[in-house]
Write a protein that binds this ligand. Structure first.
Ligand code: GTP
Ligand code: MG
Length: 196
């Protein structure tokens, strides 16, 4: 898919103040610092579109971006990072959970997982919640430029094996690096497929 135009629309903390739910929407979620905002910039080809930081807790609101005047990308705060204050963590998780359950035009959620880490309870629990709520989601392994190709394959395989212990059918997954633009065509192709 060609991204002709990507523009920031609005930030807010309330689902009922988000843009009218008339276009398909794709949301990026995962632990703080996993690379959600960077992936949005990589996909849209606009470096500064979503604000990124080496410190966790940069994104604090629900951020809507309008793509090609026909669908939304949504950047969300992260969950589950010990370096973010407890109060912020609790408030963001509440907002995120409410968003997941009530945003009616949510076409698919991208759950980002750092490809370097072992499966983390907070991610597994979040995906379980999505499954229970019937929210469609896929997994995106991030920062693969930090590993060798074979190490990435190993980590992804062991992650999927762990997922297989509790899921009959594994969610679709993508292997990405915002740094090296890995997985861009695959993710955009998937969105194009769902949009059809
Ligand atoms: P919060 O908004 O705080 O939840 O974080 P986030 O998930 O949006 O992460 P963000 O995109 O801000 O990136 C966090 C840090 O990881 C930044 O220093 C990025 O440069 C770095 N980063 C993100 N993606 C990649 C990647 O693919 N490769 C490498 N090497 N670094 C990355
Ligand atoms: Mg962010």
């Amino acid at each position: 898919m060609i991204i002709r135009e990507a523009k920031f629309l609005m930030s807010n903390s309330r689902v009922d103040q988000c843009p009218p739910p008339v276009l398909p929407e794709y949301a990026f979620i995962g632990r703080s610092n996993v690379g959600k905002s960077s992936l949005i910039n990589m996909l849209t080809g606009q470096k500064g579109l979503a604000k990124t930081s080496s410190l966790p807790g940069k994104t604090q609101l629900i951020n809507h971006f309008l793509i090609n005047d026909s669908w939304y990308l949504v950047d969300l705060p992260g969950y589950g990072y010990a370096k973010v204050s407890k109060v912020s963590r609790a408030a963001w998780l509440k907002m995120i959970n409410y968003y997941m359950r009530h945003r009616e035009n949510l076409a698919c959620v991208f759950v980002l997982i750092d490809s370097r880490h072992e499966p983390q309870a907070v991610d597994l629990e979040f995906m379980e919640m999505l499954g229970n709520e019937g929210v469609p989601f896929v997994m995106v392994f991030t920062k693969t430029d930090k590993l060798s190709g074979s190490r990435t394959q190993q980590n992804v395989a062991s992650y999927l094996q762990k997922m297989g212990e509790s899921w009959d059918e594994l969610p679709r997954h993508f292997i990405t690096s915002a740094e090296e633009k890995t997985g861009r065509e695959e993710v955009l192709g998937f969105i194009e497929e769902v949009n059809r």
